[in-house]
Write a protein that binds this ligand. Sequence first.
Ligand code: CP
Length: 312
Amino acid sequence: MAKNITLSHKSLLGLKSLTAEEINIILDTASGMAEVMKRPIPRVPALNGKSVALLFYEPSTRTRTSFEMAAKMLSASTTSMAMSSSSAAKGETLIDTAKNIEVMGIDAIVIRHSASGAPALVDENVKCSVINAGDGANEHPSQGLLDIYTMREKKGTLKGKKVVIVGDIAHSRVARSNIWGLTKLGAKVSVVAPPTLMPAEIEKMGVKASYDLDEEIRDADFINVLRLQLERQQKGLFPSIEEYIKLYGITSERLKKCRSDVIVMHPGPINRGVELSSEVADGPYNVILDQVANGVAIRMAIFFLLLGGKKK
Ligand code: CP
């Protein structure tokens, strides 16, 4: 396991602000954490005495559970707040909530919020570490890291690899974190979306924008399929779900025209039969559950690097 390595950052707010070297440090540390997870008792005392608070203002299965498991495997204690039954429901501001949590002796706040920039706002107002678990359509850095870790695990390096990100690019924090991280590590990234779900000027992020899925995925190493975020969209962004499936859904039929070693990824939760057919979601090309398992190792690495070397 990696020892005596820390990030120079107080918090992890996004991959935009990390260097390639810092991303590689997190990925390498996660490899060590994956070894810890294989032990008969997957627990090390690295963060004994540290406390983590999980503030999820939006629903989550994978991110929340894996951050909690990651903290416990490093022997940190966790407090998971149900925001709908917290004093946020009585109108307490985000900053007041965070400051009150911090003075109870919390070392890190993990926060998911519907507003882009909410974790950065908290970070400016507390001394403890803040970890962005997804903010609006801005970033989901731990998801980006676990996606990149999984790609590196499957094909060795990201350099020169072609990654096609397909779906609701406009509303996707996963897409943004993938793009920042993958381009820094030398991958060739294409994004494919209906015109109404393709952000203007996305190519300024160093990616190719395309509306032709079949052409883009033909020589792809990885296809990262995004969830259609119907809860964030206004109506009428595409004519019908049926048309979306026809043009942008990943099916076994479509994959026949791709490289035989193409890898299909999805951050979850899947809209089965929409962005991904069930046959693909459960089939040989996908590594979706590997992504989920790798999420625990990545989140252990994040905690370890942010909190490991510091005295309380
Ligand atoms: N990928 C992801 O963020 O999943 P959850 O919403 O379940 O955390």
